[in-house]
Write a protein that binds this ligand. Sequence first.
Ligand code: FES
Ligand code: FE
Length: 448
Amino acid sequence: TTNVSAYSDEEILGMIDEKSGVYSPEIYTDESLYSLELERIFARTWVCMGHESMIPKAGDFMTSYIGEDPVVVARQKDGSIRVFLNQCRHRGMRICRVDSGNAKSFTCSYHGWAYDGAGNLVSVPMEKEAFGGCLDKKEWSPKQARVDTYKGLIFANWDETAPDLETYLGDAKFYMDIMLDRCAEGTEAITGIQKWVIPCNWKMAAEQFGSDAYHVGTTAHLSGILAGLPADFDMSQMQVPNTGYNINIGNGHACGTFMRNPGFFPIIFGEDVTNYLISGPAYEEAVERLGQARADVHTCHMNVFPNLAFLIGVNTVRMWQPRGPNEIEVWTFGVVDKSAPEDIKEQWRRHIIRTFSASGVFEQDDGENWTDMQAILRGHVARQTKLNISMSQETVSSENPDGFPGVSFAYVYGEEAARSFYRYWTQIMTAPDWDAIRAISPLPHAAE
Ligand code: FES
Ligand code: FE
């Protein structure tokens, strides 16, 4: 495809300048770049739809989005999952207007065209009289996306030429497994997706979850940490963990880990879930399956390109649904080990709600920063003022002391993961097709 934005390929590639350690905040505001994102990012990458356990039975469905394109995600009789555009082929009304349910068919609320659970047009009111037998219903079903799953998470992709999901995720799987593969039975979702609006660009959220541990001890989460502490807590025991990594995983995926430092776990999880996570049979099983180093990752913040994020440990999963350059809907749900005891699952659910959810004490802090950053970019001068992204620039390495894949910086605060996210963004935005995307190098400074 051709570049439909107001910027040339050279200008887009120059929006992150790694030599000078700066980047251009227009990437958060420009309408034409946003149109190009919908086409070149969301319409050709693997986008997460939710968790398989949300639609366990034949006929179960939920509605979701690939970028701004609404889709129906439906479990079929043979156990497979279909994802199709939630748009009636008559005048384009939404075929399904609810969040989730179980149905044999979907009837458009405008004129009543009806589609079966697989997305085939099966019934048209007054078909014979009104269309005179000239309507070939087989020709008028909504577009189907490619569908695949990874350890419980459902993904969809519009692009026939994209690589398969496993290849697309690449080394991100290594880190996702810390949450998704602790036990043989895998994970299940906690019922219900929370949804709320934040007036900010989707990349602010994606980059923070991919790379930013730097904010944790400052504005962002000190108030939440204090609010969660028991009244008799000895403040001299309080320390922000600093052992871990900032990691460029490749393919735009990014993460950061807190390692071997479970000291803050009780603040987030309480004693019981903490003990479940760091000792006892569930922990032993995690060590067996993942190895010691990954089992001792005590929180990993992560973004799978483009818009799927995790806080592994807390086990919140979120999808940053873009709504124009200036707004996102945050969609989030929690996952728990399927084989965890029921009371642990229930406590885990409560702790997720208390910390990272629409009403969570930590959640508010992040959203407040992004909202104000986006508002500032309404200014003519602010929009053109380059921002600093130089942290850890000269000291990244592909030799990780724990053998973790990717290019890492051996400290929790770094920006290689952020740079790699934006670098990949500039590259995929200027790549005309998947052959060009496949040629993108994951190494730092590849654009030089
Ligand atoms: Fe769906 Fe007319 S728009 S039946
Ligand atoms: Fe945060």
